[in-house]
Design a protein around this ligand. Structure first.
Ligand code: GRF
Length: 229
């Protein structure tokens, strides 16, 4: 790992998230494979398994409750931005976070919010495409390949620019469970690689297109700014 620069992460999880991606990020930091720091883990309710995992790993944790869908979005966005600012967050990583983020957050962190999805976007994404629904749809489609996608988050479900994808074969006799189990370890490694690219300031976004830059020299690591405009 080059240099001491550690990108400050917020990891966001939902109420039922098991937290395996969160754990993979924490483990990659501990082993020195990822130049990052988990500045804060944000959940939506205190009893989430992923939050218990985060606390057990020594990560700072905060619960920010979204409030009612119709009326709560603005207050939720304001509170999230306060928490991110308080922890000097540079990159937000959704890890089993099931909601759309408030638009104020998407605007403030444009190009600096990532999500991992358990299929090869742009297929098999969108509202309602989570957990076994994704793998069901892949199997029904007869696709011979699936995988995972790490993408930049915009104000829709699963539509932002794609940073990295990894593929696995769909095998004869696969069930949603066997396919999910083949994909999950790949999610972990792909997510860690994507975050490391951000840490090295090697991700440039132009419209829908992501360009991965070659490694920069330490002295060229300027301000963290994925968009080129
Ligand atoms: C993963 O399958 C991820 O692709 C999706 O939500 C799931 C989260 O799993 N966005 P975990 O909580 O990280 O184990």
């Amino acid at each position: 790992m080059r240099g001491d620069r550690r990108i400050k992460l917020a990891i966001m999880v939902s109420g039922k998230g098991r937290g395996s991606n969160l754990q993979a990020i924490v483990d990659a930091i501990s082993s020195g494979d990822l130049a990052a720091e988990v500045a804060i883990v944000v959940g939506v309710r205190p009893d989430a398994p992923a939050l218990e995992r985060a606390a057990a790993a020594g990560c700072p944790v905060e619960v920010v409750a979204p409030g009612p869908a119709e009326t709560g979005a603005e207050a939720y966005g304001t509170e999230l931005l306060r928490v991110f600012a308080a922890h000097q967050v540079e990159l937000i990583c959704l890890a089993g976070f099931m909601r759309l983020l408030p638009s104020a957050v998407v605007r403030a962190y444009r190009g600096r919010i990532l999500n991992v999805h358990p299929a090869l976007l742009p297929r098999f994404g969108g509202k309602g495409m989570f957990g076994h629904h994704v793998h069901d749809a892949v199997l029904v489609s007869g696709a011979h390949e699936s995988g995972c996608t790490v993408h930049i988050v915009d104000d829709q479900y699963d539509t932002g620019p794609i940073v990295l994808q990894s593929e696995v074969p769909v095998l004869e006799g696969d069930s949603p469970e066997t396919l999910a189990a083949r994909i999950l370890p790949l999610e972990h490694s792909t997510y860690v690689r994507a975050i490391q690219l951000f840490s090295e300031n090697r991700v440039q976004v132009s419209g829908d297109q992501v360009t991965i830059l070659p490694p920069l020299h330490e002295q060229d690591l300027g301000a963290f700014a994925p968009y080129d405009d």
